[in-house]
Ligand binder design. Structure first.
Ligand SMILES: [Mg+2]
Length: 228
């Protein structure tokens, strides 16, 4: 076998980010009704879109080094509440409710379970490699029924560095005792997953299931395309 282990990003690689985000938002937005609102009241899809766009922009800026993931986790609920017309006191309860709901979101990307099973059956060591809170990502993998496939989970807030920082990958490799050449990194972000892992000396698989610009379009192609 060319590789001993596969590192897999979580969001939009194993778990479907948009439906997860919508489910957590729908479960937590009711908290905002307890607070006095100013200006035009935005609701429903429009309110979710506002939240999604603000979070998306800030996470994208984090990818390019403007913020850490930890900073963005605090910033986006603040900016969302302010923009939607809710007072500063709403931020903490909304953030708490959203994170709690987020930890239970578990929409799977198609072919995830089959692909993890196939990789496990072929003897690969599997590790999750994600930018987020460790306990929430593990909870989501557990709810999705796929946590047991992973020997360990490398999550940025546990590791101390965010992808694409080379130190994230170096620390993950140190923890599993492998050389960069022994690991294939699979992820949907060219910036954080692919360029980061390449800089650390790892081979990569760019999984772009939306636009087809990647190495694979469906997760199961990982097995055939890379002779795993
Ligand atoms: Mg991702």
């Amino acid at each position: 076998m060319k590789y001993k282990a596969i590192f897999l990003d979580i969001d939009d690689t194993l778990l479907d980010y948009v439906p997860c985000c919508r489910a957590a938002f729908d479960a937590s937005a009711g908290v905002l009704d307890e607070f006095e609102h100013r200006g035009r009241k935005i609701e429903g899809d429009e309110l979710f879109q506002l939240f999604f766009d603000i979070a998306g922009r800030l996470f994208s800026e984090a990818k390019h080094g403007k913020y850490t993931i930890a900073e963005v986790m605090d910033l986006y609920p603040k900016e969302f509440c302010a923009t939607a017309g809710y007072p500063p006191e709403a931020v903490e309860p909304f953030t708490h409710a959203f994170r709690q709901a987020w930890g239970e979101t578990h929409a799977l990307v198609p072919e995830t379970k089959e692909t993890l099973e196939a990789l496990r059956d072929r003897g690969y060591r599997l590790f999750a490699a994600s930018n987020s809170f460790g306990h929430l990502q593990r909870s989501r993998l557990q709810h999705a029924g796929i946590l047991s496939f992973f020997e360990d989970t490398y999550i940025s807030m546990d590791i101390g560095y965010d992808k694409p920082d080379i130190r994230f990958f170096e620390e993950a490799l140190r923890r599993c005792g492998l050389q960069p050449s022994e690991v294939l990194m699979v992820g949907d972000s060219m910036t954080t997953d692919i360029l980061g892992a390449r800089a650390a000396g790892m081979d990569t698989c760019f999984f772009d299931r939306r636009e087809g610009r990647g190495d694979i379009l469906h997760l199961s192609e990982l097995i055939t395309k890379y002779n795993l």
